[in-house]
Design a protein around this ligand. Structure first.
Ligand SMILES: Cc1ncc(COP(=O)(O)O)c(C=O)c1O
Length: 451
């Protein structure tokens, strides 16, 4: 049962909020604090965050009480515990609460205990993780699979293990931080190409090959971009890579399981199963667990990853409970129940976008579990996020460094088990919050930051 929506408090003093300074500034101003004292030189950052907390516009680091369900209890800095519609958790097929998944996790816990007790290279594997590697290899038609304790580690580990200083990386300008940081750590020869722009990729590949005929080139993209809900032309990117002797890596963190025929994501939807050089993913969006993987067809690359990807080699492996959880999620996602859950998820995505459009809102990207509701300015995003939390709708307001400066948005993440009533009520409250935020006063005195 849904509670009646709580109307926005008309007396909420948005003038005072604007005057407070809490709508101004951004994280970029504090990135490189100056001074010798590493522990104290971030004081201006702390002051700025505290100012936002005091004024109710710090939506980060909140706590979920219970599972990441469509209706969830959330509390945080300046936000008393409240139950509301949850568009802020990542559990696209609602598998985190699925009885068969919980049962699989409990059985693995009883059988193996809670801990992997070693890196994958040093006795951290279990029969559950071995089975998971095989299942992923079959689904993706890439038999050489390496598991990682986090998706972040899989992305960073893949790039840093395979690429070295004499090589090149071409990366979509909006690719996830884990991939960008991996590229920056692997080589200085990194170029960002315009988002989804294959002509730009071709131009950059040709430029590199004109001066370097022998170095390796890794081209990096995502199956579904996590802040923009759009996808690249994978056949064309893979074709360009072949033409210029480059290698393609596709991060399928957000689409594998949640989209595509049989849950095969953008790769399956574009007819590219088994044809992408390197597939990398995270389990944390659809498979109800931390963890990630890298898959390819070459045994030699698997060996390179096992021995040179730091987060695989030098970090404890996925626990048996995590591996069994993901394996059960994979079984459900690739079966007939998975098709039904994906249909429910997509119905929610199409419905939410249509309702927001009717209300005059602008969502970017295409229907998918991610619905980015455009706000543009950081100030409007902060106000909308605050108003929504007070109306018991939980969203993730995204600003730098999650997205570029001036491209702020509310990121809504849907689940298969969001009910039509929750989607309708959520859309109404989202639209009124964004409308109110877009006309609110924005005087933004510069905070006492640096830079
Ligand atoms: C595209 C992408 N890749 C990798 C990751 C990292 O995955 P995890 O959070 O599971 O470590 C994320 C998660 O935010 C992501 O969105």
């Amino acid at each position: 049962m849904l509670n009646e929506p709580i109307p926005f408090d008309p007396s909420h003093d948005l003038d005072a909020l604007a005057a407070s300074g809490a709508l101004g500034g951004n994280v970029a101003l504090f990135k490189q604090p100056r001074g010798q004292d590493l522990l104290r030189r971030s004081a201006p950052l702390e002051e700025w965050c505290a100012l936002r907390v005091r004024n109710g516009v710090w939506p980060y680091g909140r706590t979920l009480d219970g599972p990441p369900a469509p209706l969830a209890t959330v509390e945080g800095d300046g936000l008393a515990a409240a139950q509301g519609i949850n568009f802020a958790s990542q559990d696209y097929l609602s598998l985190a609460s699925h009885p068969a998944v919980i049962d699989a996790a409990m059985r693995a816990l009883a059988e193996c205990g809670p801990h992997s007790a070693g890196s994958a290279v040093l006795l951290g594997n279990s029969r559950h993780s071995n089975a998971l590697e095989r299942a992923l290899g079959e689904l993706l038609r890439c038999q050489q699979v390496v598991l990682f304790p986090t998706g972040w580690g899989a992305a960073f580990g893949a790039v840093t293990a395979l690429v070295h200083g004499a090589d090149h990386v071409l990366i979509d300008q909006l690719a996830h931080a884990s991939l960008r940081q991996g590229a920056a750590a692997a080589t200085r020869n990194v170029a960002a190409y315009r988002h989804l722009d294959c002509d730009h990729v071709r131009e950059l590949l040709a430029g590199i090959r004109a001066i370097d005929g022998s170095g390796a080139i890794l081209v990096i993209t995502e199956g579904l971009f996590s802040m923009d809900a759009d996808s690249p032309d994978l056949p064309l990117l893979q074709y360009l890579c072949r033409e210029y002797g480059a290698t393609l890596l596709v991060d399928v963190a957000h689409d594998l399981g949640a989209m595509g025929p049989g849950g095969t994501g953008a790769i399956g939807a574009q007819g590219m199963l088994g044809k992408i050089d390197i597939v990398m993913g995270a389990f944390s969006k659809t498979f109800a667990s931390n963890g990630g993987f890298v898959a390819c067809s070459q045994r030699s690359a698997r060996r390179q990853l096992q021995l040179f990807a730091g987060p695989h080699m030098f970090s404890n492996a996925l626990s048996p409970v995590q591996a069994a959880t993901v394996l059960e999620c994979l079984r459900i996602a690739t079966g007939s129940e998975g098709e039904r859950l994906r249909a429910d998820l997509m119905r929610n995505a199409v419905e939410l976008r249509a309702l927001l459009l009717e209300e005059g809102m602008h969502c970017i990207g295409a229907p998918s579990p991610i619905v980015p509701l455009w706000t543009g300015s950081e100030a409007a995003t902060r106000i909308a996020g605050m108003l929504l939390a007070r109306a018991q709708v939980f969203v993730n307001p995204m600003e730098f460094p999650g997205v570029p400066l001036g491209a702020a948005r509310l990121r809504l993440q849907l689940m298969a088990r969001h009910s039509p009533a929750q989607v309708r009520q959520g859309a109404r409250l989202l639209a009124s919050a964004v409308r109110r935020a877009s006309t609110a006063p924005r005087a933004v005195p510069r905070p006492a930051g640096q830079g």
